[in-house]
Design a protein around this ligand. Structure first.
Ligand code: AMP
Ligand code: MG
Length: 494
């Protein structure tokens, strides 16, 4: 692995050097050969035993300089100055085959300076969960950390009960978080904030480097990436679950898959996470929480935006205002595509499209309609005849309410210039057939944890490699849970 460890050069206030703690008996569950290849890693030539040794931390790859990163963060709105990688270790950064660079991290690899009372370990369940969901997100085209490998450790971890341990190796274009900036702001170390910003600009926002004020350009670009990202989450029914500022990547990638989940039946207020008692991170709150978190980032960057404090605040407010507009634009254009409303309308028609989409969502919410299947089946319906309406209307408790909406939708489709076939193809390119449904993830975890059987995990992972194409014999993966399969709550597993 061609390591080029730049984070290390930032200095000792940014991290604590820490090797992973060896585990008893590492076993390779899965290695992402495709990803390794696109990254230009030659690890694909290793045996399973060698892979297990490297991706458990038992063997340190040549050139790796393991460290735990320092960061702070607002957790459920409360500031915590001392977080940091408590169970993750950065192996290093690597120059990618495409000219970019990426960072590689083990999660579950043992205690670090930042572990506080934790054991630094991960249970197998959350490792499988992160692997499945982060790789599915990549297939959906959503910016995300990637999963390179997962291993069992041959050791138990103590949670509410003893559970088998696991380690996931993940890849990101950066593991710097909004909380990393907050860490130095709380220490009053503006020089470190400048250094960190320079590092992030160099690694992740090189196009901002040449701007009149590179820090302002960086803030604008980071804000824009979050607007794009959260709009994509909303369009897939994805709920992150713990949008603390330490779980918001500076690079605009989805990071720290904990109690995250895709919803089945549409509900604006859906919450899965067991620790989110007030619904701070409910589905429909995600866009505004994004703004809240970005405001924390802007605060940390204020002195870099302008010499005068009032001027800096005004500049930051302008950038944050752009987030609101940009998010709404991305949300609407994505939702219009999901509904097949592709002909660019003028501004007043945009408003009409928005109203039509909101009416659909309200009808779905009032009728327990499955989020993913509603859009999938809609994308198979005709603009003129109601012959293929059956699958979609049956998803609604009161199909007549769906029929009312469809009348308006067809009227709107009559303004489309493209053919019906073209529209369907375009809709099907953005409306997945398969998502990693909670109950299926749960089944994969149960089989692995209880019976040491990874076939359920592998089968689900295979289906999710091609989520936009219906696969023969895989219809059960499309279906929402039976009443006895419904997963009401998801857990961090920390
Ligand atoms: P998370 O909720 O996973 O984003 O983690 C929040 C903080 O708790 C981070 O600083 C983690 O490193 C730390 N943490 C979570 N689980 C553990 C664990 N098992 N051992 C040590 N630290 C942990
Ligand atoms: Mg985290």
């Amino acid at each position: 692995m061609p390591f080029n460890n730049r984070y290390l050069t930032l200095g000792e206030s940014f991290y604590v050097k820490t090797p992973p703690s060896p585990v008893a008996a590492p076993g390779l569950i899965i290695f992402n050969e495709n990803l390794a290849e696109t990254l230009g890693l030659s690890v694909a030539e290793l045996t399973a035993t060698e892979c297990a040794a490297i991706f458990s931390g038992n063997v340190i790859a040549e050139g790796a300089e393991p460290l735990a990163m320092a960061y702070a963060g607002h957790q459920f709105g409360h500031f915590n100055q001392q977080l940091g990688d408590g169970r993750a270790i950065l192996l290093g950064e690597i120059d990618g085959a495409d000219g970019g660079s990426f960072a590689i991290q083990l999660k579950g690899s043992g205690r670090t300076f930042y572990s506080r009372s934790g054991d630094g370990r991960a249970a197998l369940g959350p490792v499988l969960r992160e692997y499945l969901i982060s790789e599915a997100m990549a297939k959906f085209g959503v910016p995300t950390t990637r999963a390179l490998a997962a291993v069992t450790t041959g050791e138990d971890v103590a949670r509410e009960r003893l559970l088998p341990g696991g380690i996931i190796t993940r890849i990101a274009t950066s593991f710097v978080r909004v909380g990393t900036f907050e860490y130095f702001l709380a220490k009053g170390d503006m020089e470190a904030i400048r250094e960190l910003a320079d590092f992030v600009i160099e690694r992740n926002y090189p196009q901002s480097a040449g701007a009149d004020n590179p820090y302002l350009a960086f803030l604008k670009a980071a804000v824009e990436r979050q607007a794009v990202l959260i709009a994509q989450w909303m369009q897939l029914g994805f709920i992150h679950g713990v949008m603390n500022t330490d779980n918001m990547s500076i690079a605009g990638e989805t990071i720290d898959y904990g109690p995250c989940a895709f919803m089945d039946g549409y509900d604006h207020e859906q919450v899965f996470s067991s620790i989110d008692r007030d619904g701070r991170y409910a589905y429909s709150n995600q866009p505004s929480i994004g703004l809240w978190n970005l405001t924390r980032l802007a605060e940390a960057l204020l002195p870099l935006l302008a010499g005068d404090a009032d001027a800096a605040t005004e500049i930051a407010q302008g950038v944050l205002k752009n987030y609101v507009e940009s998010y709404q634009d991305h949300w609407l254009s994505g939702m219009r595509k999901k509904c097949g409303l592709l002909t660019p309308p003028d501004e007043s028609e945009q408003e009409a499209d928005k109203k039509l989409i909101e009416e659909l969502l309200d009808t779905m919410a009032g009728n327990n309609a499955d989020f993913t299947l509603t859009f999938l089946y809609l994308s198979r319906m005709s603009a003129r005849s109601s012959e293929q309406d059956g699958d979609c209307r049956n998803l609604f408790d009161d199909p007549a309410q769906f029929d009312d909406w469809v009348l308006k939708w067809r009227k709107r489709l009559s303004e489309e210039v493209q053919s019906d076939g073209e529209r369907q193809v375009k809709m099907q390119a953005v409306n997945p057939v398969y998502i990693p449904r909670n109950h299926q993830i749960e089944a994969a975890i149960r089989a692995a944890e209880d019976r040491d059987d990874f076939s359920v995990f592998h089968a689900l992972h295979e289906v999710l490699k091609n989520p936009y194409v219906q696969q023969e014999g895989k219809d059960s993966y499309m279906q929402p849970p039976e009443p006895d399969e419904v997963v009401m709550q998801t857990f961090c597993g920390t």
